[in-house]
Design a protein around this ligand. Sequence first.
Ligand code: ADP
Length: 285
Amino acid sequence: MSPADLSPGFAAGEMDAAPLLRVRGLQKSFGSNRVLESVDLTVGRGRVLALIGPSGSGKTTILRCLNGLELPDGGTIDVAVASASDRGPGGSAAGRGERSAAPLTIDFAAKTSPKELASLRDRSAMVFQHYNLFPHKTVLQNVIEGPVIVQRRPAAEVTAEALALLDRVGLTDKRDSYPFELSGGQQQRVGIVRALALRPQVLLFDEPTSALDPELVGDVLRLIKELADEGWTMVIVTHELEFAREVAHEIAFVDGGTIVEHGDPRQLLRNPQHERTRQFLHRLL
Ligand code: ADP
C-alpha cells in the first residue's frame, strides 16, 4: 500500500495511514517578507518526511512553526492522540501525564492560547544544525533540563533515562563534560539525546549534519537512521539526498514557501515532475 503520508488534499488511503501530524495552509511572514505561502503536509505515525529545497525557501521556518518556536500567521496544525509507539521502543506515553494524551488542533487564524502553544511545544523536539547546547551546563545537565524544568518530570527518573540514552550513543564517559570539550559529532549526539529525553511525538531535525566535519557525518546519520528504523516519527530538513533516499518514506521539495512536489524518495529524486525540482536536483547531483 502506498503510504500517502503527505498530501496537499485528502489522498485516497490517507485516512488509513493514521497521520500523526497534519499541517494545512500554514502561513508565515517576517515583516513584509512572506516566507511561508501555504504549506500542507501530513506525516504518518512512525514515518519519516525529508524536506529538501534551496536555501531561503522556508524549510527551517516550517520546522520552527511545528515546534512552536515561530507563531504562524494562518493555517492549522493537528497532532493526533499520543500513543506508546510515538516514543520509540524505549519510551512510553504513560508517565507523560495527561498533557500530551489528547489530540491537538490549532487554528492560527484564530487567537492561539499559551496553553495550545505549550502543548504543541511539548509534542515535538528539535535537533538543531548548530546543536544549541547550553555552553555552561554539562552534557547530563543539558539532557535533563527540559524534562525536569519544563515538563516537571521527577529528576531521578529523568536522570536514569538520560544516562541510558547517553550510554546508547556511547557518551556515558562524557556525562560531566561541557559542550566545548566535545567534538561536533559528539555535541550533535547529545543534541539528539536531549530531544529524545523530551519523549516527543515528533522529532524535528534541521540540517543535523551540515555543520559537521565530513568524517563525523556518518555517525550522526547512522543514529538518525536507527531511530527511524525504531519507528520514531520524524521531519528532517537535509541536503544529504542519499541519506534522504535511504531513510525517508517521503520527500517534499520546498521552494518559495510552498511544497512544490512530494512523493516517494526514489521516484522524486529520479524523476521529478516539476521544473523547479529538476533544476534544484540538477545543481546538487
Ligand atoms: P531555509 O531553511 O529553507 O534556508 P528559512 O526558513 O531559514 O529557509 O528562511 C526563509 C526566509 O525567511 C529567508 O528569507 C530568511 O531570511 C527569512 N527568515 C527566517 N527567519 C527569520 C526571522 N526570524 N526574521 C526575519 N526573517 C527571517
